[in-house]
Write a protein that binds this ligand. Structure first.
Ligand code: PEP
Ligand code: MN
Length: 263
């Protein structure tokens, strides 16, 4: 169902007044984790004013260590929804458990499947039964073929609104957190009608590398970007080193406007 052989024209996924997969570059921005009301509302207002279209924020964090911040859960979902309403932006959050899907759907416009759950087939089937668009991140050791098969798990349940997100893969290189596979964009454009976005924050792991990889992703043909932004990255509960502050996010978007169409 993801194949271009089945559907030739590009899929455009609409969320509120935002279209993903059309001519505009769509920017999803926000903190890795929702930490408190002030943090998420201030970030929402800031990124919206600088050109972001969709607000992100994690309420259930699939952390590598069980001893680090795990997210605010339903309280975080409430804050995310409130921030989205205040800034007039659709919101996206990650869902990690099939049993949470109904609850998460009450609060958000887009569901995210994280890299660690990209082959959690029960979770994929469950989100496939909802009517919410799904951002499916690439598994950190996943081939493009396997990624598209994960998309099939969602599509075949009836949900045709899947957005693929390249977020870097595991390689031997340790200078960056992951290795951004820009060629995946080119390959996917040949193989599938689904929109493709890029997350240079998780791909690089360092704020200083995020803007250049964002520009490169646009050159490679991405339909959107997912960027981690925090009011004070040095104080972030998670992924601070790779988060942009408001100032650097604003500068990056200004530069993107020189060669990308941003509404
Ligand atoms: C995230 O978006 O904060 C996240 C955990 O991403 P990934 O699943 O790509 O690591
Ligand atoms: Mn993160």
């Amino acid at each position: 169902l993801a194949s271009k052989e089945v559907k030739k024209e590009k899929s455009i996924i609409k969320v509120g007044n935002v279209s993903i997969g059309g001519k505009e570059l769509i920017i999803i921005a926000g903190p890795c984790a929702i930490e408190n009301e002030e943090q998420i509302i201030n970030t929402a207002k800031a990124v919206k004013s600088m050109g972001a279209h969709i607000l992100r924020g994690g309420a259930y964090k699939p952390r590598t260590s069980p001893y680090t911040f795990q997210g605010l859960g339903e309280e975080g979902l409430k804050l995310l929804k409130k921030a989205g309403e205040i800034a007039n932006m659709p919101v996206v959050t990650e869902v990690v458990n099939p049993e949470h899907v109904d609850l998460v759907c009450e609060y958000v416009d887009i569901l995210q499947i994280g890299t660690r759950n990209s082959q959690n087939f029960e979770l994929l089937k469950r989100v496939g039964q909802t009517d919410k668009p799904v951002i499916l991140k690439r598994g950190m050791s996943m081939t493009i073929k396997e990624w598209l098969m994960s998309a099939e798990y969602i599509l075949s349940e009836g949900n045709r609104n899947v957005i693929l997100c390249e977020r870097g893969i595991r390689t031997f290189e340790t200078a960056t957190r992951n290795t951004l596979d820009l060629s995946a964009i080119a390959v996917l454009k040949e193989e599938t009608h689904l929109p493709v976005i890029v997350d240079p924050s998780h791909a690089t792991g360092f704020a200083k590398y995020v803007p250049c990889m964002a520009y490169a992703a646009v050159a490679a043909g991405t339909d959107g970007l997912m960027i981690e932004v925090h009011p004070q990255p040095e104080k972030a509960f998670s992924d601070g080193p790779q988060s942009l502050n408001f100032n650097s996010f604003g500068k990056m978007v200004e530069k993107l406007r020189q060669f990308a169409s941003i509404a």
